[in-house]
Ligand binder design. Structure first.
Ligand SMILES: Nc1ncnc2c1ncn2[C@@H]1O[C@H](COP(=O)(O)OP(=O)(O)OP(=O)(O)O)[C@@H](O)[C@H]1O
Ligand SMILES: [Mg+2]
Length: 250
């Protein structure tokens, strides 16, 4: 049975989507069956993974959530599938009105869980219904965090939300805190140390370094493992993927 993992941080731009992509591609390249789910109306994950133009997807996660339809699953390659999102997701808070609306996503994902080793959820930079629904559905939470004051604050807010969610979903465990876009200087090193101390065993010792090639890969919609195979950040992500695979599946 597949494991469901949420990638979340309240703070924008801390590399949630980049991390989802890097993990999903590393794991699927190894032969694991992966479903990546875009829960962000920005549709960044969708536009980076899918060849279909962002407003041309026949169906997205929104219809599954609102109209109780099956999950729309696009085949990216043999081992990597995608549930796309688009701007239509931006009004979801007002569109799902039924009781237990936080459980609609869980029900949909539980229906396909047996087909995958890992289902990975890319959250928006907000602690609204979608992030809450993701946490309700998941066994694992991974938080990307930059070593600065604001994303550290975002991280503690997600951790608080997650601990409240465990009342409803006792299976949820914090499996990783991944420092992203790391560039060594005095302040970053201070926050790196603080994050390591605060997060204990969840801390992932391999930090992902800042690299212009990652930004370029995003801009060009390229896969980092083929675009910059020997780059430092690419190698960091490969190690992070191995560490998290062990923690999530082990
Ligand atoms: N290691 C890295 N080095 C340099 N740039 C990076 C790195 N990781 C991510 N980026 C860049 O940072 C920007 C934001 O990344 P990303 O979209 O993954 O963040 P996000 O947390 O998903 O943002 P949002 O909160 O808007 O969803 C992108 O331009 C991406 O290419
Ligand atoms: Mg994102």
């Amino acid at each position: 049975m597949g494991k469901i993992v949420t990638i979340a941080n309240n703070k924008g731009g801390v590399a949630k989507t980049t991390t989802v992509l890097a993990l999903a591609q590393a794991w699927s390249d190894k032969g694991l069956q992966i479903l990546a789910v875009d829960l962000d109306s920005q549709g960044n994950l969708t536009s980076l993974l899918s060849p279909i133009e962002s407003d041309k997807h026949p169906r997205t996660i929104r219809e599954a959530l609102v109209e109780r339809k099956d999950l729309p699953i696009e085949v990216i390659n043999e081992n990597l599938h995608l549930v796309p999102a688009s701007l239509s997701l931006s009004n979801i808070e007002n569109e799902i009105t039924q009781f237990y609306r936080e459980s609609v996503l869980k029900k949909l994902l539980d229906g396909v869980k047996d087909n995958y080793d890992i289902i990975i959820l890319d959250c928006p930079p907000a602690l609204g219904l979608l992030t809450f629904s993701a946490l309700i559905a998941s066994q694992a939470l991974v938080m990307p965090v930059m070593a600065d004051s604001l994303s550290y604050a975002g991280m503690t807010m997600v951790a608080e939300l997650a601990s409240r969610v465990t009342e409803y979903n006792p299976e949820l465990k914090l499996k990783g805190v991944v420092v992203t876009k790391f560039k060594s200087d005095k302040i970053s090193n201070f926050y790196l140390k603080t994050i390591r101390e605060q997060t204990g065993p969840a801390f992932v010792e391999t930090v992902v370094h800042e690299a212009t090639k990652i930004k370029q890969a995003t801009a060009m919609k390229e896969n980092i493992y083929t675009f910059d195979p020997t780059g430092r950040a690419t190698q960091d992500y490969l190690q992070v993927a191995d560490i998290l695979e062990d923690r999530i599946l082990g």
